[in-house]
Design a protein around this ligand. Structure first.
Ligand SMILES: O=C(O)CCC(=O)C(=O)O
Ligand SMILES: [Fe+2]
Length: 221
C-alpha cells in the first residue's frame, strides 16, 4: 500500500462520510488537520498450537480511521456484533475500512468504532498491513456541531491527542471512550442505538466497510 494514495482515498472517504450525514464536506476531514498522522503496521501471526488460549491481537478499538489489507486466504480478524464475535471474510485484493473511536466522537456516536480482535489458528500463518490515519494530536477534535441537538445531545467532550488515551486504555484494559463520554438520560442513548448498529457492506469496488454508509455517489478510479 502506498502512503500518499491511501491518504487520498481516506480523504475521499471522510468527505463521503460527511456528505452521507448531510454535513459540510470538510466536517470530519478538517478535524484531521494539515498534519494528520499516517502510520503503517505490518502484522505477522504465526501458526499457533493453542489458538483457544492465544490471541493474535487482543480485543481493541482503533483510534482514527484504518485501512487494512488482509491476508488473501487466511481469516483471523473478528468484530464484536451484539456480543458475538463475527469473522471478517477475506476477499482477495479488497481493502477493509475500519472506523476508530475518533470517528465515533466526531459523528457524535452515529458511526460506531467496532471492538475487534485477531485469532490464531493451528494450520496457517497470517499477515496483514494496516494503515492508520489519525487527526493531528495537537488539534482538539469533537462532535460536529450540526450533529448535536436536543434529541441527540453531545455525547463526548472535545479531546486532544486521543491516540495516547486509547493506547493507555488498551494497556490497562479499560474503555477509552468512557473517559470522555458525557452521560445523558438513558432514553436518549437507546434512541441512538438504532442508528449505530454495525454492518458489513460490500461495495462493487471491493471495499469492505465495517459501518453503514451510503457511498453510492463515490467512485474509485
Ligand atoms: O490483522 C488484522 O486483520 C487486524 C489488525 C488490527 O486490528 C490492527 O492492527 O489494529
Ligand atoms: Fe485494530
Amino acid at each position: 500500500m502506498n502512503f500518499t494514495k491511501t491518504k487520498l482515498m481516506m480523504n475521499l472517504l471522510l468527505k463521503a462520510m460527511a456528505r452521507s450525514l448531510n454535513l459540510e464536506e470538510g466536517s470530519f476531514l478538517n478535524q484531521f488537520g494539515e498534519r494528520a498522522r499516517m502510520q503503517a503496521r505490518f502484522n505477522f501471526y504465526p501458526r499457533c498450537s493453542k489458538p483457544d488460549l492465544v490471541f493474535g491481537m487482543k480485543p481493541h478499538t482503533d483510534s482514527g480511521i484504518t485501512v487494512l489489507l488482509q491476508d488473501k486466504e487466511v481469516e483471523g480478524l473478528q468484530i464484536l456484533i451484539d456480543d458475538k464475535w463475527v469473522n471478517v471474510p477475506t476477499i482477495a485484493d479488497a481493502l477493509v475500512v475500519n472506523l476508530g473511536d475518533q470517528m465515533q466522537i466526531m459523528s457524535n456516536g452515529i458511526f460506531k468504532s467496532p471492538m475487534h480482535r485477531v485469532v490464531t489458528n493451528t494450520e496457517k500463518l497470517r499477515m496483514s498491513v494496516a494503515m492508520f490515519n489519525e487527526p493531528d494530536p495537537e488539534i482538539e477534535i469533537g462532535p460536529v456541531n450540526d450533529l448535536i441537538d436536543e434529541k441527540r445531545p453531545r455525547l463526548y467532550r472535545n479531546v486532544k491527542n486521543y491516540g495516547i488515551i486509547n493506547y493507555k486504555s488498551h494497556q490497562e484494559e479499560t474503555v477509552a471512550l468512557e473517559t470522555i463520554q458525557i452521560d445523558h438520560h438513558l432514553c436518549v442513548t437507546s434512541s441512538l442505538m438504532s442508528l449505530t448498529s454495525t454492518k458489513f457492506v460490500l461495495y462493487p469496488f471491493k471495499m469492505l466497510l465495517l459501518w453503514p454508509i451510503d457511498l453510492s455517489y463515490y467512485v474509485m478510479s
